[in-house]
Design a protein around this ligand. Structure first.
Ligand code: PFF
Length: 453
């Protein structure tokens, strides 16, 4: 087998990991829940949870990946030979492939909406038709499937090129671009008349809204946003060289993810409030409300609003792509290393599998809308299965593995590079305590609130 690839620098590691982390979750969920649950008060709690819970879990995945330089299954087999822990590896191969199948459906929608934006379909005279466009688009069968194909093909193309030539190169170009794009929309959005209310929605601290629900939402959002429990961070960390500082790259990833989420809030909410529409989360916000706003603004701002819609959907597409690439890489690394399949075949195999499953998810908005699994559409079922169960369980077991099963000295060794990172060595006892006690308790809380709620 060819020797394993490594990311070339710390910047490359952070860009790839932040690429996985920054995605649809930052754009269509964070701004809304931040506003709904108390603005700046929620953001403070969110930062607190990121530091005390999510970052330690990210470090658990990093420790396992970098220690072994293997895929999720290979890593568990090496660290706990002959034990049931290899099922954790398998769980975290299956979860991201399922996630990829339905995430790519939405990725496909962003392809279509970018096309619509470029071909000036969000014109002022058509503004009233814009919100309705979404319903008729997703419930049709041909076009969303074609867009799904295009999105998955781009994802597979990048993964196919490999870790350095594909993932690293794409992340290094796309991440800075993504930050510039979201900044451009944020500035545009905040200059619209009436946008101040939206800014207030995000920044006005309202501590009375910090209910238990708000806390669970903050935790759940920070797990999903940092791509925890799916084996993506483990797999990316397995491409990190031994002299890299895992704590520094983990912290860089968490800060970038947070910064992007806040910027996305300033890009989205001021525009929503400027147009007097009630804020929502999810597809409605991104594919109905915002294009409607861009179209309405068109009469006043012409070129600017057309450009804003192109920039906005390009942002969504690129953010979704950097995440979908990380999901596909988990399965590809497994097939290549454990099943001895060539990288090209492995990529094609996962591409076809997720395309087939993605078609079912896509059709569940139209012809297959009557098919229900446990009362949910196929898309919603897979989303709940992944977000509420598989990812949460994956995160919990990674945490338990590193905190309770792995040799403590091996964990310290990885996080301090054999003791040579003095700052990391000083904070290690804190990280280890968070990993053993605080993070598993917090995951259980999210798990229960997701399953019960
Ligand atoms: N972090 C991504 C987002 O916020 O959209 C979603 C995600 C990507 C979750 C990769 C899990 C994963 F493994």
């Amino acid at each position: 087998m060819a020797s394993r690839e490594h990311f070339g620098s710390r910047a490359a590691v952070i860009m790839a990991m932040a690429g996985s982390a920054i995605g649809l979750g930052n754009i269509w969920r964070f701004p809304f829940i931040a506003g709904q649950y108390g603005g700046a008060a929620f953001i403070l709690v969110y930062i607190f949870f990121c530091l005390l819970v999510s970052l330690p879990i990210l470090l658990c995945e990093s420790v396992i990946g970098r220690r072994t330089h293997k895929n999720t299954v290979g890593a568990m087999k090496e660290l706990a030979p002959g034990s049931g822990w290899k099922f954790l590896g398998l769980l975290t191969v299956i979860a991201p492939v399922i996630l990829l199948s339905y995430y790519s459906v939405v990725g496909g929608w962003s392809v279509e909406y970018l096309y619509k934006a470029v071909t000036l379909q969000f014109r002022p005279e058509a503004a009233s038709e814009v919100p309705g466009m979404f319903g008729s688009f997703v419930s049709s069968s041909g076009r969303p499937v074609l867009c799904l194909f295009v999105f998955l093909a781009i994802t597979a193309g990048i993964v196919y090129l490999g870790v350095k030539k594909g993932i690293e190169r794409f992340s290094k170009v796309s991440m800075p671009v993504l930050f510039v794009l979201v900044l451009v929309i944020a500035v545009y959005s905040m200059t619209l008349a009436g946008s101040n209310e939206g800014v207030q929605y995000l920044v006005r601290p309202d501590f009375s809204k910090l209910t238990p629900d708000a806390l669970a939402a903050a935790l759940g959002q920070s797990f999903f946003s940092l791509s925890l429990g799916a084996g993506t961070m483990l797999t990316y960390s397995s491409y990190v060289s031994k002299d890299e500082d895992l704590v520094a790259s983990g912290a860089g990833t968490a800060v970038s993810d947070l910064l992007f989420a806040v910027l996305a809030g300033f890009a989205v909410m001021p525009a929503v409030f400027a147009s007097g529409i009630a804020p929502t989360a999810g597809p409605g916000l991104v594919f109905e409300t915002l294009p409607f706003i861009f179209a309405k603004m068109g009469s006043a701002a012409g070129f600017m609003s057309a450009a804003a819609s192109v920039v906005f959907f390009l942002t969504i597409l690129v953010a979704a792509l950097t995440s979908s690439i990380s999901m596909m890489e988990v399965g590809v690394a497994y097939l290549v290393e454990e099943r001895h399949v060539s990288r090209h075949r492995a990529t094609l195999g996962i591409f076809f599998f997720s395309f087939a499953a993605g078609i079912l998810c896509s059709l569940s908005f139209g012809p297959l809308s009557g098919v229900k699994i446990a009362g949910n559409s196929i898309f919603d079922f897979l989303d709940k299965l992944c977000s509420n169960w598989l990812l949460t369980l994956g995160a919990l077991f990674f945490c338990l593995f590193v905190g309770w099963k792995m040799d403590k000295s091996a964990v310290r060794d990885e996080l301090t590079n054999g003791g040579s990172r003095t700052f990391n060595a000083r904070v290690f006892p804190v990280i280890y305590f968070l990993v053993r006690y605080i993070a598993p308790a917090a995951i259980l809380l999210v798990f229960l609130s997701g399953v019960i709620g």
